[in-house]
Design a protein around this ligand. Structure first.
Ligand SMILES: Cc1cc2nc3c(=O)[nH]c(=O)nc-3n(C[C@H](O)[C@H](O)[C@H](O)COP(=O)(O)OP(=O)(O)OC[C@H]3O[C@@H](n4cnc5c(N)ncnc54)[C@H](O)[C@@H]3O)c2cc1C
Length: 501
């Protein structure tokens, strides 16, 4: 099967799986009120690749069937430019509100398969071969993946990574004839109800003695023993007019329990191999995936800027204060656009003939965005003020007795209709004030680890030679081995979540 349609995607979700919403085990995620809106949007994302085939599809390198461009293993800057267009198209569809549309994991696994040499360390040749085979399955069957890379928090003073004896974190408990049995929990499986498989791969490097936790695999969502506890739904069944975002863009997040789950041998990418686990995320992972994440972020920032401009226009707010606030949002969007451009322009071959963007600008964005996004929400709240709540609903606007009064008392400036005013400020409230908005702010703060942690990673790995040389020059100290400017811009060997507190 090649690139799927929305209908094919939805029928794939109908298999029974252990997904819980409140006290209910969900029979059909495509029709459950808490999940149907997200399922329909995801289906539309699958349809989009056919509607925008020129940007979103490419031939499979072996079978020539059409596959999504996010599965491409990039080998040149031209490849990255091509992939950029497809990723941008998906990001625009959700205005960046769904961070984990399937392109996120497609890009991740294309990067992993492209650098299979990094997975084939410490005797892990079989795992690396399984991973390459899996990436073919993923792209040719156009699967949707959820993933979990983080260990649950029980006692923060114990650190981020499990040590031998930890029964909560996911670990291997037995070998079987067909594979291994794993037990434990992981966080946080965004997209779980809308996924065909769950992927597990490394994050923070593991300490000595923790080999049982060194696992990577992908298994179908209906594998016995897998349980998903969804958070409270942010999805509303209100109309598109009343809740233009909550009605469509809740991608869900679930806590995952793996209650003695058998992982087949051919789906094991790392089998209790700490050295492989601690190696595979250290070079190409983040520059590769952050092309996807930062295109999404740029799109969301540009949407936020457009929304702020529209809000100001509707109440004819031409004050310098609001202009300054809008300029601040635009600045974040423009920095993001420029950083992506720089990273793509300075892309290079990391190894094995695989070309990823230059990581430096993306690492800087990764650290800054967890504070920029909450600030953007604050700015829109300041511009919106009480207008965010003085918004008649669709049914109030439709009431013949209320409508003339609403038109008189709740119109916009310069002849803008009450309906347009309500529509825009309702959109703004859904973006900054609804339950979905709260979840999305948490997402931006944490989905690639906290900003605090990312600034630390950036500092540890930032090239320091040029800065040191400039200081030495002013001090009149001769510097040996002054590096070339290009080399100082590259940041590599960045751990995925990195630094232990
Ligand atoms: C909505 C959402 C969706 C997610 N989806 C997924 C998913 O699909 N798959 C997945 O695997 N994971 C997912 N995650 C989990 C995510 O990877 C983790 O939440 C994230 O890595 C943060 O981990 P943490 O809680 O250990 O944060 P930490 O980095 O430990 O941060 C917790 C707090 O400690 C502070 N802090 C951290 N280090 C320091 C320091 N040295 N000094 C001072 N303060 C510090 C931070 O600022 C923050 O306030 C998701 C999370 C959220 C919120």
């Amino acid at each position: 099967m090649a690139a799927r349609t929305g209908k094919q995607f939805l029928s794939g979700l109908k298999k029974p799986r252990d997904i819980w919403v409140n006290g209910e085990r969900v029979n059909d995620v495509t029709s459950h009120p808490a999940l149907a809106g997200g399922a329909a949007t995801m289906a539309a994302v699958f349809d989009l690749q056919h509607e925008a085939a020129a940007e979103c599809l490419m031939p499979d390198p072996e079978t020539s069937e059409p596959i999504n461009v996010s599965h491409m293993i990039p080998r040149s800057r031209e490849d990255l430019a091509r992939r950029h267009l497809g990723l941008q198209r998906v990001a625009e569809f959700t205005v960046g509100l769904m961070g984990r549309t399937p392109d996120y994991m497609n890009v991740t696994y294309a990067g992993f398969a492209g650098r299979a040499d990094e997975w084939a360390v410490n005797g892990n040749d079989r795992g690396a071969a399984n991973l390459v085979a899996f990436q073919k399955t993923l792209r040719r069957n156009d699967l949707s993946l959820t993933h979990t890379i983080v260990h649950p928090t029980i006692d923060k003073s114990q650190g981020d990574v499990p040590h031998a004896g930890n029964e909560v974190a996911l670990h291997k408990v037995a070998d079987t004839d067909h594979g291994i049995v794993v037990r434990g929990a992981r966080i946080l499986a965004t997209l779980a109800p809308f996924a065909d498989e769950i992927a597990v791969y490394p994050a923070i490097p593991l300490p000595e003695g923790a080999d049982a936790y060194a696992l990577s695999f992908s298994i179908p969502m209906d594998t016995p023993g897998l349980k998903f506890l969804c958070r409270d739904s942010c999805s509303t069944q209100a109309s598109l007019f009343d809740r233009p975002l909550s009605s469509r863009f809740d991608e869900q997040d679930a806590f995952v329990i793996l209650d003695d789950v058998e992982v087949p041998r051919d789906r094991l990418f790392i089998n209790a191999n700490r050295e492989a686990y601690n190696t595979v995320m250290t070079t190409g992972w983040y520059p590769n995936i952050m092309q996807q994440t930062m295109i999404r972020a740029q799109t969301k920032l540009e949407f936020a800027y457009g929304l702020g401009v529209r809000m100001a226009e509707i109440i004819n707010d031409v004050s310098p204060a609001t202009s300054q606030l809008l300029g601040e949002i635009w600045t974040y969007a423009e920095f993001t656009r420029a950083a992506i451009h720089s990273a793509e322009t300075d892309a290079f071959v990391y190894g094995h003939g695989v070309c990823f963007p230059n990581g430096g600008p993306l690492a800087a964005l990764r650290a800054a965005l967890p504070t920029w996004f909450p600030r953007v929400a604050e700015i829109l709240t300041l511009i919106g003020s009480h207008n965010l709540l003085a918004t008649p609903s669709q049914s109030q606007l439709a009431d013949p007795k209320l409508r003339p009064l609403i038109d008189k008392y709740l119109a916009g400036a310069k002849g803008i209709s009450s309906e347009e005013r309500a529509r825009v400020f309702r959109l703004a409230w859904d973006f900054v004030g609804s339950a979905l908005a709260g979840r999305n702010e948490l997402y931006e703060r944490f989905y690639l680890a906290s900003g605090a942690r990312n600034y630390q990673i950036a500092n540890v790995l930032a090239p320091k030679e040029r800065g040191r040389r400039l200081v030495d020059q002013i001090l009149g100290v001769a510097t040996k081995d002054a590096p070339k400017a290009d080399a100082t811009r590259r940041v590599v060997n960045l751990p995925s979540r990195g630094i232990e507190k």
